[in-house]
Every structure is written in structure tokens, then in C-alpha cells.
Design a protein around this ligand. Structure first.
Ligand code: SF4
Ligand code: SF4
Length: 221
């Protein structure tokens, strides 16, 4: 049995073929006794297993999750980005005012804001807030770009589907004015009259970001 003492490895210059070249000189393996070799092997194994073994004595700090067995109790970290969501005020009004800054900030056209202008108030009203999870990279640029904190990422992570079309979300379930108009009306029944229920998209898979679904007019997005 022999071990190479790594501390004795050194650089040097040697003349090879009439030229001086840089070489690394490694010492010959030193002969060791069998007992020493077994101990060194065991010691390096223990060093490698140190962290694993330490978790036996502090199981509450283990970070590995037994998923899906712990599906009912699993808590994801607050910063985990899973589902993009619209933010609403206390009265239930949608903060998004359709400025489309997030749409322009998205590097891969994963957002499409469809809006109409109310002829009476002359204000923008949201039709569909479309998020394409199938192309989203969860970079968070849209959330950071939004000037009114109207979108956020939730951490509900179970998003797997068998059909890619189901990854194109309409985030708003109702079309209509934003919180500034909606929440200013006190009568809940009057508020609801301003809103229209939105259906979730289900149709052919869009081939590119230029042909987003959920566009009732059928025009290119
Ligand atoms: S997280 Fe990034 S890729 Fe996803 S929608 Fe927002 S800006 Fe686009
Ligand atoms: S989510 Fe924010 S940035 Fe995007 S359209 Fe609404 S208000 Fe503008």
C-alpha cells in the first residue's frame, strides 16, 4: 500500500528535447502500514459523512422534504415563486390599472394585458390579464417593474399538468374597472354590476407570443 504525500508535489523546470519546460513533480507513493491505510480511509469517510451524521442529532433542522407524503403539511418558503397573482385592496378592488409596464418588462412575452376604454369614465378597464406560465422563467422582472405593486408571486407550487394549454392563465376572474373606481362605490350590488365574469382559456396551443389566447376580438396580441 502506498500513499502520495500531496504536500510534496512541486513545480519545476526541466529540459526536454533541448527546451526548458515547466513540469509538476509528484513524489513516489510512500509505503504505509495496512493499519494506517485503513484508518486514513475510515477518517476520510467520516469527514465526508460529517454533515449527514450531524443531522441524526438535530433532526428538526433537516431540509429534505418527504414529498408527496407530506403534501398536507408542506410549507414552501415565502420567497418561492410559483404562481403569478393579482393583488387586491381590502375592499376587493383590483390594484392593476392596465398600464402594461409589466408586459413591456417581461423578456419573453409571457404577459399580455387586454383592456378596453370605458366610454363614460374614459378609463382603462381590464379584459384579461394573461400569464403564460409555459414560457415564464420566474425572473420576477414583472413584479419589480409594476409601479403599484399589483402583482406578486404566490408559492403554491403544484402546477404540473398534462396539457400545456392549461399553463396559460387568465389571472382575473372578472373584467372591469380597477380599485380606484370599484372600491369608491359603497354599495356592493352596484359594484358587481361593473364587473363581468371571465372564463378560463381553453383552446389551441399558441405557437408564439404573438398569438396569445383569450383575445375575444381574435386580433393578434
Ligand atoms: S417572471 Fe419574468 S418571465 Fe415570468 S412573466 Fe414575469 S417578467 Fe415574464
Ligand atoms: S400589473 Fe402593474 S405593471 Fe402590470 S399592467 Fe397592472 S399596474 Fe401595470
Amino acid at each position: 500500500m502506498g500513499l502520495v504525500n500531496l504536500r510534496k508535489i512541486r513545480r519545476a523546470k526541466q529540459e526536454i528535447g533541448g527546451r526548458e519546460v515547466a513540469v509538476v513533480i509528484s513524489p513516489r507513493p510512500e509505503q504505509t502500514r495496512l493499519g494506517t491505510t485503513v484508518w486514513q480511509t475510515f477518517k476520510s469517510l467520516l469527514t465526508g459523512m460529517k454533515i449527514t451524521i450531524s443531522y441524526l442529532f438535530r433532526p428538526s433542522t433537516v431540509v429534505t422534504q418527504q414529498y408527496p407524503e407530506n403534501r398536507e403539511t408542506l410549507q414552501m418558503f415565502d420567497r418561492y415563486r410559483a404562481q403569478l397573482k393579482l393583488v387586491y385592496d381590502e375592499a376587493g378592488g383590483r390594484l392593476c390599472n392596465c398600464c402594461q409596464i409589466c408586459e413591456n418588462a417581461c423578456p419573453n412575452q409571457s404577459i399580455k394585458i387586454e383592456w378596453t376604454k370605458n366610454p363614460d369614465t374614459k378609463k382603462k378597464e381590464l379584459e384579461r390579464w394573461i400569464w403564460r406560465m409555459d414560457s415564464c422563467t420566474f425572473c420576477n422582472a414583472c413584479v419589480q417593474a409594476c409601479p403599484s405593486n399589483s402583482i406578486t408571486f404566490g408559492n403554491e407550487f403544484e402546477s404540473a399538468v398534462y396539457d400545456r394549454r392549461l399553463l396559460v392563465y387568465t389571472l382575473n376572474d372578472k373584467a372591469g374597472p380597477d380599485a380606484k373606481v370599484w372600491s369608491a362605490i359603497e354599495d356592493p350590488a352596484e359594484r358587481e354590476k361593473l364587473m363581468r365574469k371571465m372564463d378560463r382559456y381553453s383552446g389551441p396551443i399558441p405557437l408564439s407570443g404573438t398569438s396569445l389566447p383569450g383575445n375575444p376580438s381574435g386580433k393578434e396580441g
